[in-house]
Design a protein around this ligand. Sequence first.
Ligand code: NA7
Length: 543
Amino acid sequence: MTTVNAKRVEVLIVGGGFGGMYATFKFREMGYKIQSFEAGGGLGGVWYWNRYPGARVDLPSIDYSFSFSSEIEQEWTWSEQFAAQPELLEYINFVAKRLDLNKHFQFNTRIEHAQWDEGRKLWSLKTDKGEMWEAPYCIMATGPLSVPKDPEIEGLQRFKGALYRAARWPHEPVSFEGKRVGVIGTGSTGIQIVQEVGKTAGELFVFQRTPSFTMPMRNVPLEPDYVAEVKRHYAGIRNAARNSAVGGTRPQSTRGFFTVTPDQRKTLLEDAWKNGGLAMLGTFSDLLVNEEANEHVAEFVRGKISEVVKDPVTAEKLKPRGYPIFARRPCLDSSYYETFNQSNVHLVDLYEQPILEITEKGVRTGKGEYPLDILILATGYDGLTGALTAFDVVGRNGRTVNQKWKDGASTYLGIMMEGFPNLFMTTGPTGPAALANIIRISENDVDWIAELMVHMEKTGQAVADVTPEAERAWMDIVGNLAKHSLLLKAKTWYLGANVKDKPLGLTLFTGGFHKYREYCEAAKQDGYKKAISFVSGHVGRAV
Ligand code: NA7
């Protein structure tokens, strides 16, 4: 790759989601000369792209916000317990303006190639505009859910109606009034879309392959008194979040399911259902490791579906079976199951009638054609690894990330990869990415990287690469924990099962965010000696 006319900075940052925003702020404040890139037209990552009707975060807004600035915590006020996408984007833009972040970003710019230059100890990045940038450090804040995935269904391009992708939703409002609408996909995204679009669509056809378990969100407006109380106690709230398994304030019980009587269990589950949110997952300690306990909870939720959905045949089809509850990402809804009681909403069970093709008019299944005006794809992402395998990231000895990960992702803490010196990820694969609050992980990872860079500067090191032993040891920890997890028992993006030919495996740290932080801390203890091999020299500032 030629480096003629390359622009030179000290830290290159790819991605403008929460991770990229915080990295941009942090490294600027440390005095580094930075350049950041974002493929979208603005900041926000997932919340920039996912403007589909009903898009909403499923963690409490109070938790799902930056913790590094007490000024921002005090100045910003959330209006709802679970913020909707427009408010999240407003928050993101508020933070960006407050910290003057936009000026560091090149928007509408994708990185097409990244290469380590061993001789010059630099990363070279090529943008889709043909520009070259170089820096000793490169931060890939490319996110676990940034590469949307179309379904592998023949004829998608033939469809003459309006085709919308949830993860690339237009900025203009879309009307469903009186229209025949189809939605393919019933994960978190599809569920949010269905309950919203069902309100106005003439007819709504929900093409369901695997049903998800969804629980009531019970979203509420946040009362001023409550917000004031939160603002008084943010320090404690953040501390609790950092020391919890999920990186948030959701209680996590240490009580095993079978340690209490059936009556007590029932009461606890009913309470969790009434309280809403992901409370149920924290009601017992063993729901992701004890299959029998898990099945009891699954059956409880199936019972709730029958209580809501009037048509017993539809209710049965909506009931997930054959995989443990919570092994797919548990969804939250406000009226998903109720939507199927409306006469304009129809469940199309793809187990009974698989989709054969998309036609000019609509969707053709084994039982016939469904003519549609609008088709919405909510078919997920090439999660966790997709962003870094979508283009060539070339490390030492010409080895690419694709080559390194051909049998599955391998990293150290989800932050570094052996053979890719001075390249860092935030919320990378084999970290806790999808299982804990992404903002807490991003902050942790950026702070960890920053500390390492300070250490390098103080000790005169130009290059940091994780040792093969440290990476192997981390992967053993991740793998040994995964063996005990019921997450392995569902075909999900957590395992790469939704992408054809992707190596199958649980590339997530399942030990909890608090434990993850302990491993991150431990790496620093002996001056990174066990984890990282350094090459001395001058890097960083004033190049
Ligand atoms: P998910 O959870 O990966 O869901 C994708 C959905 O799309 C899921 O129901 C899939 O069914 C379905 N899908 C994918 N391909 C097809 C085809 N070819 N035919 C029919 N149905 C298909 O993505 P989401 O965007 O909903 O959620 C991603 C994360 O965002 C979520 O986990 C939260 O963390 C937030 P399948 O399960 O493969 O049978």
